[in-house]
Design a protein around this ligand. Structure first.
Ligand code: AMP
Ligand code: ZN
Length: 112
């Protein structure tokens, strides 16, 4: 499958890694929107949050169990925002489930 985040998960495309284990990879966004901008992806391809179901949700639970650790490794020591853009109206640009972790500054109150 021609998926850039699958290639990053395999190591075929380099990334600035923050955290990795058997199930997930966290790496710095190439176009950061905040001083801390980390993406967390499951290694197994899930297209978006709209594709989460009872057979693949364990991977999502594992990511959320690790997010507090990943956020601090990434440098978000005073809070952070977790975002997952899903589908065209949310401007999802990479069709592999990812959670943005944003922090390192006071973020705007508005989310949409
Ligand atoms: P979204 O628009 O929510 O689908 O987010 C996709 C994110 O992936 C954007 O913030 C991009 O800057 C980021 N991105 C795309 N390609 C790469 C890459 N090769 N390495 C790191 N981040 C990337
Ligand atoms: Zn993928």
């Amino acid at each position: 499958m021609d998926c850039i985040f699958c290639k990053i998960a395999e190591g075929a495309i380099p990334s600035s890694k923050v955290y990795e284990d058997d199930d997930m990879l966290a790496f710095r966004d190439i176009n950061p929107q905040a001083p801390v901008h980390v993406l967390v992806i499951p290694k197994k391809h899930i297209a978006s949050a709209d594709e989460i179901n009872e057979t693949n949700s364990a991977a999502v639970a594992k990511i959320f169990e690790k997010i507090p650790h990943i956020a601090k490794l990434g440098g978000a020591v005073n809070g952070y925002r977790i975002i997952s853009n899903c589908g065209p109206d949310a401007c999802q640009s990479v069709p592999h489930l990812h959670f943005h972790i944003l922090g390192g500054k006071q973020l705007p109150e508005s989310m949409g």
